[in-house]
Design a protein around this ligand. Structure first.
Ligand code: SF4
Length: 358
């Protein structure tokens, strides 16, 4: 397998250049081309000698994944289906907001956890993504949007897959993404999301200085057993212990993701129980509108129900935000990512501004 520069930390790249018999400053030049100037190929690296560029071109893998499809939502959210070298696909979403631009990256192709409200959960796990493949989702989106004058400021590991089941690659990718001399996404701008893989949270907390979001969706074990099947292995009590042990910085908080499903977890009683359960944990609650997909076994809660739920949780003094669905018209919203399923014909007439490169 050719070497992927996008999967190397700055130190590893320096070591590689030394191994190749190059001067250490070469590493800084190459690093800068890959992570600052966001070169798409070795040919662009104009200040490198021709023989050195030829060596790089012959020994390293392409710097970018291949774009299979690209869709743009009416609300500005964009979704790319990207192909890795072995044709496995990964989905990456960009969510523009007034004060920030967030890339949502995948950590696995497919997912093994089968949460029934999530379309990714209907796909088998193909494989873990490598650190380079995770990083390239960020370099690709940042470079693509920079050409249009749009900034990428935040990264969330909330795309396809459970990041803690690919912890080694995720840890390496996070180190690369956070490097202040490169992509420079700071720890406050980077969020790792987990469905509650309790036995890996301690290790993740030690190695990764990032924000943590946890998919909660219910504080009753009987309900969460259904919605987040990993709860049968690591129940709510275990999850709470692991959340309390997560190293929060300063005034940091755990973000709890709670998708509101009609008649399942959206009653006033559910809201009160949530408030009670969160007592003693520095918390912020994100209430998510359910994004239906064909065959989904749930319906979204009404707007009125969502507002009432929010009111109860907010009245208890918790920061509670309703995260409106973004990108639902192009299958880019939370819980809608379906990877290879996108290679099948679209389920609706393409939008006027929908593009495809594949
Ligand atoms: S919600 Fe996350 S962990 Fe659950 S099936 Fe979807 S991608 Fe996997």
């Amino acid at each position: 397998m050719p070497l992927r520069l996008t999967g190397l930390t700055r130190t590893e790249l320096t070591d590689l250049m030394v191994q190749w018999g190059e001067k250490p400053y070469r590493a800084q030049q190459v690093w800068s081309w890959v992570f600052v100037k966001l070169a798409s190929s070795v040919e662009e690296m104009s200040d490198l000698s021709k023989p050195f560029r030829a060596r790089l071109a012959s020994e390293i893998a392409p710097l970018r994944p291949e774009v299979v499809s690209h869709r743009v939502s009416a609300d500005g959210t964009e979704k790319w289906l990207l192909a890795c070298e072995d044709r496995i696909t990964m989905e990456t979403v960009f969510i523009p907001e007034t004060s920030r631009g967030t890339v949502c990256v995948s950590s696995q192709a497919g997912c093994s956890l089968a949460c029934p409200f999530c379309r990714t959960g209907t796909l088998p796990l193909r494989r873990n993504l490598t650190a380079a493949e995770i990083v390239e989702q960020v370099t690709f989106v940042r470079a693509t949007l920079a050409n249009r004058g749009i900034r990428v400021t935040n990264v969330v590991l909330m795309g396809m897959g459970e990041p803690l089941y690919n912890l080694e690659a995720v840890t390496q990718a996070v180190r690369i993404i956070m490097d202040g001399n490169g992509l420079a996404i700071g720890c406050r701008k980077l969020t790792l999301s987990t469905s509650g893989v309790v036995n890996r949270m301690e290790e993740a907390g030690k190695n990764l200085n990032v924000n943590l979001a946890i998919s909660l969706h219910s504080v009753r074990d009987t309900v969460r057993d259904q919605l987040v099947p990993i709860n049968r292995k690591f129940n709510l009590a275990a999850l709470k212990r692991a959340a309390l042990a997560w190293p929060l910085r300063g005034r940091g908080r755990i973000t709890w993701e709670y998708v509101l499903l009609d008649g399942i977890n959206d009653s006033e009683q559910d809201a009160l129980e949530l408030v009670h359960w969160l007592k003693g944990i520095p918390s912020k609650v994100n209430l998510l509108a359910f994004n239906p997909w064909p065959g989904a076994p749930y319906s979204p809660s009404s707007r009125e129900t969502m507002l009432r739920f929010q009111e109860i949780v907010a009245n208890a003094g918790l920061v509670t935000i309703i995260r409106d669905s973004r990108g639902g018209d192009v299958g880019a919203a939370c819980g809608q990512l379906a990877g290879d399923a996108d290679l099948t014909p679209p389920l609706h007439e393409p939008l006027a501004h929908e593009e495809s490169s594949g």
